[in-house]
Design a protein around this ligand. Sequence first.
Ligand code: ADP
Length: 278
Amino acid sequence: MSILSLKNINYCYPLENEPVIQDVSFALEKGKVYGVIGENESGKTTLCNIMRGFIPNLYKGTLRGEVTFKDKSISEYNIGELAAHIGYSFQNPFTQISGVKDTVYEEIAYGMENLGIPRDKMTQRVDELIVLFQLEKLKDQNPFELSGGQKQLVALASVVALDPEIIILDEPTSQLDPKSTEDIFQIVEYLKKAGKTIFLVEHKVDLLAEYCDEIFLLYDGRLVMQGKTAEVLSDESILQYRVQLPQVTLFYLKLVGKKGKVPLTVAETFKALKGSGE
Ligand code: ADP
């Protein structure tokens, strides 16, 4: 069942003539993970902002087409209501930190406070998230004193805290080291198992290959490829859209086969790749 759908979306920023999103249509199904790729300035962040109702509600411009959340146009929801359903973590974690809370713990609770969630429920949820995101050692620290990567984790935990049905992640691992990046993908897997729908903008194709159900490829504001992860990433026409496929991903896809069962994780494939001399 589709939870969010876009139909013939076109969008032009204020005072611009050229549309940056052109005729984009797709439907997201509940409980699936969608990986979104595309070179810089292909329209990924703009698309995220359209999906969460930020455009054209708070950011004007000319939007055509229809975004539907649960069979109702998103223009019929108020922006606060929509934010509780469709969580969004910014590309830049510095933008996301509220700036009004003194500790990581309070920062994660902040959005829930605004939604009026009862205190005992809120405390329980923050405690769970501190463990899930491995923030135990940082929980009493000031969010502004954290590194970029740590801020990114806190920003994501704050979004997950609101328990939205759809979670849009705009390059959530851009500031993270490989270990924390893997941790984020594990959290994505956990959220998927909890029935969440994830829309994940990410450059790390090797990890998308392993964790996503489907891949969307944007090129110059158009959705040029879309489908099952292995099918899209194995399709040679992807190369014309300047997507870099790491060697490990190509090898992984060879092992997976177009529709076959995934035999190995990327880390295991990497080991096999080293052993094979490819
Ligand atoms: P991506 O996330 O793939 O890098 P963006 O959605 O940020 O792409 O940008 C898509 C296009 O929209 C780019 O050409 C960018 O310059 C343009 N753009 C982004 N924000 C604005 C804005 N506020 N005003 C005008 N043009 C913008």
